[in-house]
Design a protein around this ligand. Sequence first.
Ligand code: DPP
Ligand code: ZN
Length: 871
Amino acid sequence: PVTIHRQDYAPPAFLVDRVGLEFRLDPAATEVRARLALRRNPAAAADAPLRLDGDGLALQEARMDGTVLPPERLVFGADGSLTIADPPASGLLETLVRIAPEANTSLMGLYTSGGNFYTQCEAEGFRRITFFPDRPDVMSRYTVTIHADRLRCPVLLSNGNLVEQGGEGATHWVRWEDPHPKPSYLFALVAGDLVSVSDRFTTRSGREVALHIWVRRGDESRCGHAMDSLKRSMAWDEEVFGLEYDLDVFNIAAVSDFNMGAMENKGLNVFNTKYVLASPESATDGDWQGIETVVAHEYFHNWTGNRVTCRDWFQLSLKEGLTVFRDQEFSADMGSRAVKRIRDVRGLRAAQFPEDAGPMAHPVRPDSYIEIDNFYTPTVYQKGAEVVRLIHTRIGAAAFRRGMDLYIARNDNQAVTIEDFVRAMQDASGIDLSSFMGWYDQAGTPEIAAEDRYDPAARRYTLTLRQQTPPTRGQADKRPVPIPVAMGLLGPDGREQPTRLASENAAQSGTRTLLLEAAEQSFVFEDVPAPPVPSLLRGFSAPVRLRGVPRDRLRFLAVHDTDPFVRWESGQQYAASVMLEMVAAQQRGEALGFDAALAEAVANTLAAADADPAFAAEALVLPGEGFLADQMEIADPVAIHLVRRHLRAEIGRRCGPALRATYDALADHGPYRIDGASIGRRALRNACLAYLTAAGDTALAKAQFDAATNMTDSLAALALLADGDGPAREAALASFHARWRGDDLVLDKWFAIQAMAARPDAIAQVRALQAHPDFDLKNPNRARSLIASFAAGNPSQFHDLSGEGYRFLADAVIALDPVNGSIAARLVGPLGQWRRQSAARGALMRRELQRVLDTPDLSKGTFEKASKALL
Ligand code: DPP
Ligand code: ZN
């Protein structure tokens, strides 16, 4: 397989100003006629060849300006591409190809799902539909005509506005026109027997927009939340960024076979049903929040991604990091900002930090790839969003808004680079941001450490901050990056102190931001009456690891800090430090003790929970197994699991009455509501239930499961029961399956819960579930719900010393790869963490990676993941 390098970028040889596509839909043999108005790109070499990407296309005919191209002018590449010899400087190229959507299990390009037609073109799926320069810097205006059977496909959708329709007899046709130039990855077609839920939105300049969510018959009643989220997103983007929608119609189509969460195709978003359909009975609070986030994310892409797009795929974070930042801000405004931040940081640490410390570590803007599908990563998305946030913090909200205006004004309808974004922010703020490029170009998570000194005679406090970024593959030496450190000083009484740096005339109150730019920098504060406790990285102001905060300070900050993030964080870091010590004790074969401070913290949290139940729920949950493993040089998943279980049981016992009182007090008697307060109460109540169950009281979980009227409470109880033994477990799983057997999204949860149950027979269970009649390897949601849930969500069993967990995962990758290479490649990840495991486990993991690599005809994506993991 070929490695593509960022440095090799060259402008496209030909531009395509207009595209006319004509589809005759048939599941087995769809005809695609394409008319491309081509012309040489003045910015490219005058003799550059006219090469069109293609993948698995059967060419029926090709004409240039109406004349059939003879075979000797058609040069087919081994990669499926088509090169036209002796091309004119401009002309109309017409091709006709035939494709088989029903045989397309990769779910890239045009495929069928449940008898309907859908497309997915990002990143390189359009080449599976027609011959085209399939790269984002070729932007064209599309007209799309779709012919199909009237009964099978009453609904025919594409990008833009519907301009014409007709037909007689059994077939009908429609024509869509998208007035906005776009790259091919934003093309979409949806056709089939669908029904819509409709609404309208009036933009602030008075444009009437028709909104439709297209689903299978029977799902109409579960679209309300997605529609509501869409309208709130549209209003928010106008209010916060001044960005209005730019077409007369916005369509969302939901499909149950989908590789991603959703796709932002211009005017026709295609969504995984998981991020559209929700009812109280069938969706958890997490699902409701996921829908709000993903609907907003895809909608926000209309400007950050579609109107202004990426020059090449190395710039992916230009649209993804920025759009994640925007959806995070939206969700923060819709609910509790502090809790949203905590959740986002939890997610970043669970997925991105390990990636940055593992074999797939790559900069936010990668330097090379074999398969771009492999770079839709937590680094490009979540770390990319953190880098945008750094810039936002550095220049302030007002300058950031001016920077966005400038970015869009300068780059509208163009395919641009990350430099263009940073330059707009720099020009709008007047602040030199060149050093921020280090965040885009260096992989690895920077580590910072603080050291401080107090001089009582001079009433002077000196805070010294150091940073370093560990080496990653291909980047041995890292330079310092600019790190905004939001901070404050607490006095011995726990009160926030005003702060005055030596260079300042007057003291400031509240949080301030220090900018750590060098490897080491000291900040001198004057008029400090007593030795303070520094509160650092408030709001997690940078995606770094803060090392070495002493435990007594963590406890102090957890109680007193004014910043909710640091309060939460300090509690978590305290618990993590205790737990890691216990893991070491467990490894030495010593008895596991108990640190009474942990029970005290739980008691304090419960006592103060009324003020903010959602925050309390976050504070109650102990650091996760993955987070702890990521703190260890060599992880010990089994010891970590035992320690966590031990602590949960101990806390459950010691705090039993308080947990039970909170649990009882939070019982919800009214109708189900999904406002932030109600979600927070359910989260807190279920956190209490988890401790009480860990302490041995399974009756409560059983009672909750039996009585639950919403999926959040039902699933929380089921997960606890599934982790245990005995008839209660089996009965709950059976009744859940019986009730939900007809609902794919809920069945995914049923599979996932069993895959994540940390029982000694877990591997046998997942093997058995793979043979279950409801299991379907071809459906990405189902495959992930069993395989990824087990490999990533059940570390103590996945890492079983028999190596059977690894074998299970490799078997699944090998089976899935010929069906859907993108999903197979994504499953490889957990095997790549072998360097962080013991020698015995590492050897077993490498053996399975090798077995994957030895598989004939491996997809290039799976090859890339497995080979890089082994390096
Ligand atoms: N659909 C994916 C996303 O929105 C890829 N663009 O992130
Ligand atoms: Zn996106």
